[in-house]
Write a protein that binds this ligand. Structure first.
Ligand code: HEC
Ligand code: HEC
Ligand code: HEC
Length: 464
């Protein structure tokens, strides 16, 4: 209901807009529409029934849960006493009014590219059109050394983003608008660009594909494993509805479509497509997830999911599992339903090797996406599933079966991979180093290194 209110705002805003003018976006867009392009509601609203912008939504990061703040204009619990300058600093530089550093779960490195005019319009919207909510959002509580917010100061110098984008006069207004949306407010790279050991975006591999907890945000460049096979029409349809011929948006991408992209006007979607066609081609590295350290040591051996109350035989084959739990919707030969409500699995991108985590996550979490008031649902098969809880072994067996049978290459998805996805995805090296035992020593060293770097870079900047 409340997300609908936001959508309505956005729709009204969208309806009043024509295509952007001569420069990337010469006409000033409404703050409500900008908030939609930047998907502020996705994180700052707690679930579909939460109060808009009252915070409380926990974002799982490799370091633990980071809770989004109340950003309503409540003076006591929100950002009611933020000036435009304070607001701009928080959104583009990741620094709160009280001077504390925000964690980059708030995508300020991308928002740093937003224009002054858009930030001013956003500020105006939050201060005047959003209702104050006088309720405190829960506090973020990360383990040491990540609890030291100061360490983000060093991180920011390395990965904190840059200055607002300046239009490239050699390119069309559409291209400039597309670049602005992709790199700035719509922050596609936050998920689709791989991260390095310190969790900074690898700018040299822009949009080459990155891990998002238990999901994998695929390669969006024109390179191998990227979007070169996608027609413009398919790509626009996927972005604005979540449905394309060989792909459907699930997980975090379903949220991006539901809360943000479906409300963008056609010219903005077209601009995104135009720009994506021109980003440097990158070949899909065998999923960034694969280069993550071995997580075996961090997944409890007696993983409770293996004690699920399934009624299927423990040694059921892939074909048996598929026929019992999947075929009623996806068809015995993976053909899907004639009207497309249940997608065909044959030729589906989710069965490509680089997307094995998305296949596992789709089976465990199901799909839930509301577009244009219409809800698309696939049941979840995780531990608490009312339909049919599946064990790690069963998920691995059925996932390998569908990939091999309906995909392009034989696959051997293991129960260990399923356990990794079930516990929130691979653990980054940075966090692994912070595991008990190694933590104190290396964690402290890391903070020192970051602090050292910060001082070095700061000096270098100043001496210029
Ligand atoms: C991907 C999730 C995400 C998105 C999208 C997002 N935020 Fe945030 N934001 C967060 C998190 C998480 C925090 C708290 C981080 C922390 O505690 O270090 C935060 C903190 C903030 C703060 C600091 C408030 C305070 O005093 O604590 C402001 C202001 C803010 N966000 C505004 C925005 C605006 C405006 C947008 C849209 C342009 C936006 N955010 C989009 C996750 C997000
Ligand atoms: C919050 C993280 C997140 C953000 C932000 C995000 N994506 Fe995604 N995206 C994903 C994930 C995860 C998937 C895989 C979803 C699936 O398999 O259903 C995905 C899938 C896609 C796909 C399908 C690719 C394929 O080969 O299957 C396209 C196209 C895409 N995203 C484009 C975009 C664009 C363009 C933006 C910015 C406007 C964007 N995404 C923003 C996480 C994100
Ligand atoms: C009750 C019907 C139903 C059952 C049972 C079901 N699915 Fe689905 N499945 C769906 C729907 C609906 C979607 C989402 C379609 C969309 O996103 O537009 C979906 C989506 C998917 C996708 C994602 C396609 C994409 O492009 O991202 C995969 C993969 C998948 N299902 C595999 C399975 C497997 C494997 C099983 C059995 C373990 C299963 N499904 C059981 C209805 C079902």
């Amino acid at each position: 209901m409340l997300s609908k209110t936001i959508s309505l705002f956005a729709l009204c805003a969208g309806a009043m807009l024509g295509p952007w003018g001569a420069a990337g976006h010469a006409e000033q867009l409404s703050g409500a529409y900008i908030a939609t392009t930047a998907d502020c509601a996705a994180c700052h609203t707690d679930g579909k029934n939460g109060t808009p912008f009252a915070g409380g939504y926990a974002i799982t990061s490799p370091m633990g849960s980071i809770i989004a703040s109340n950003i309503t204009p409540s003076k006591e619990f929100g950002i009611g006493d933020y000036s435009l300058r304070d607001f701009s600093r928080a959104v583009r530089e990741g620094v709160r009014k009280d001077g504390a550093h925000l964690y980059p779960a708030m995508p300020y490195p991308a928002y740093s590219k937003m224009s002054d005019a858009d930030i001013a319009a956003l500020y105006d919207y939050f201060m005047n059109d959003v209702a104050p909510v006088d309720v405190a959002a829960p506090q973020t509580d990360l383990p040491f050394p990540f609890s030291v917010r100061m360490s983000m100061a060093g991180w920011n110098l390395l990965y904190g983003g840059g200055a607002p984008l300046v239009d490239d006069p050699a390119q069309s207004p559409e291209w400039n608008r597309g670049r602005y949306l992709v790199e700035g407010p719509a922050h596609c790279g936050t998920c689709h660009t791989p991260r390095n050991l310190l969790m900074g975006s690898k700018t040299s591999a822009f949009l080459a594909g990155g891990a998002v907890g238990p999901w994998f945000a695929p390669n969006l460049t024109p390179g191998a494993g990227g979007l070169s096979d996608w027609s413009d029409a398919d790509l626009s349809a996927y972005l604005s509805t979540g449905v394309a011929e060989h792909a459907r948006a699930s997980g975090p991408m379903a949220e991006a479509v539901e809360f943000s992209l479906q409300h963008l006007n056609d010219s903005d979607i077209a601009a995104i497509v135009t720009y994506l066609r021109t980003v440097p081609a990158q070949d899909t590295a065998q999923a960034d997830t694969a280069s993550m350290p071995d997580i075996a040591a961090f997944v409890p051996a007696d993983h409770s999911a293996n004690r699920s109350r399934h009624t299927l035989a423990d040694d059921a084959s892939g074909a048996q599992l598929y026929e019992t739990v999947c075929a009623s919707c996806h068809g015995l030969s993976g053909q899907g339903s004639a009207d497309g409500t249940y997608p065909a699995l044959t030729g589906n991108v989710t069965l490509e090797p680089a997307q094995s985590y998305n296949l596992i996550s789709t089976i465990l979490d199901g799909v839930s996406r509301t577009v244009d008031g219409h809800e698309t649902l696939m049941p979840a098969f995780h531990e608490g599933s009312l339909v049919q809880p599946l064990s790690d072994d069963q998920v691995a067996t059925v996932a390998s079966y569908v990939s091999t049978k309906f995909g392009t290459e034989p696959a051997d998805i293991t129960a260990q991979e399923v356990a990794t996805v079930r516990t929130g995805g691979p653990v980054a090296l940075l966090v692994k180093m912070a595991a008990p035992g190694v933590m104190a020593a290396i964690g402290a060293a890391l903070v020192l290194i970051l602090a050292g770097l910060a001082v070095m870079l700061w000096r270098r900047k100043r001496s210029r």
